[in-house]
Write a protein that binds this ligand. Structure first.
Ligand code: SPV
Ligand code: MG
Length: 310
């Protein structure tokens, strides 16, 4: 599927608010491939996961190039059938489903955005999510984090710059951190509406309250003409079906489940090996070497060997 077709698929999915699209997080091509294999229709190229995979805080520590490389698109010479079998490619090269790239604050001001956003479109992302926090950002999920927002006007300028810089119509999802910053629903609604006026294709409304009340109330009050996006990490009990019932949310992002499951899996394996003084006990719990070969696209390389190695 070409980049433009992936954008169209994501746009259509976002508009179906009675059955929201579910994106799974990824921090590298392998996690994206596993998410696609499991059946998720879209990938969230998460800044939180990327930072965690480098063992640094999600606080604008990593450069834009790290985010861009994670989201990088397919080699144009790759036929779609090979997307699932190619190794050593970045996320958009590895999966043939829409990638939603997390670009944090856009890595600077509106001028930076005008230069940076088209790189993500050229890399094959179908959407970017840009948040209205000041640079350098802090993680929304961190208690007591630095949550200072830019003015509405400044962020509108960033959205306009992002929209104008895209050639293929990549979606610009504007994310307001008003609830995260404790500014309340009225401010969050005001910001959401202003960002729609500036051209945002969807509004991501984030909350770190332990119950979904704040988000449900926002969704009910929302009468903007674009769909909402949510990341229910902090309020996991809200089911996808309940979100569909609200009929306002087009995309639910599972924000960090790839890295958290990887960490839990590695911790348990590493501990068992040291506790048991050998590797035999973990064999049944971990992926086989054969499975890893398959994920590496070994069959494709064998084909190339047969064809070209003389
Ligand atoms: C991410 O996954 O990087 C996000 C979502 O932006 S959150 O970590 O909840 O801010
Ligand atoms: Mg992020």
């Amino acid at each position: 599927m070409a980049a433009k077709a992936r954008i169209a698929v994501l746009r259509a999915a976002l508009s179906n608010t009675s059955k929201p699209c579910i994106a799974m997080s990824a921090h590298n091509p392998l996690s994206a491939k596993l998410a696609a294999e499991a059946g998720f229709p879209a990938i969230w190229a998460s800044g939180f996961e990327l930072s965690a995979s480098y063992a640094v805080p999600d606080a604008s520590i990593l450069p834009m190039s790290a985010h861009l490389e994670m989201a990088r698109s397919g080699n144009p010479f790759l036929p779609p059938a090979l997307y699932f079998s190619c190794s050593s490619q970045a996320v958009a090269e590895t999966v043939n489903i829409p990638i939603i790239a997390d670009i944090d604050t856009g890595f600077g001001n509106a001028v930076s955005v005008a230069y940076n956003v088209p790189k993500f479109e050229a890399a094959g992302a179908s959407a970017v999510v840009m948040e209205d926090k000041t640079f350098p950002k802090d993680s929304s999920l961190r208690s007591g984090g630095r949550q200072v927002l830019v003015s509405i006007e400044e962020f509108q300028g960033k959205i306009e710059a992002a929209k104008a810089s895209c050639k293929l119509g990549m979606l610009i999802i504007a994310r307001t951190e008003a609830l995260i910053a404790g500014l309340g629903e009225e401010e969050a609604l005001k910001r959401g509406m202003a960002y729609v006026d500036a051209g945002a294709d969807a509004i991501l409304i984030h909350s770190k309250q332990r119950t979904p009340d704040e988000i449900i109330s926002f969704c009910k009050a929302w009468n903007g003409k674009v769909p909402l996006v949510i990341v229910p990490t902090a309020y996991p009990k809200l089911s996808f079906a309940e979100v569909g019932g609200l009929n306002k949310v087009g995309l639910i992002i599972c924000g960090n489940h790839a890295i958290r499951s990887a960490v839990a899996g590695m911790r348990s394996t590493f501990k068992k090996i040291l506790d048991e003084g050998g590797i035999a006990g973990v064999e049944k719990d971990i992926a086989s070497v054969k499975e890893i070969f398959e994920l590496q696209g070994d069959a494709h390389m064998r084909e190339l060997e047969r064809k070209y190695l003389r």
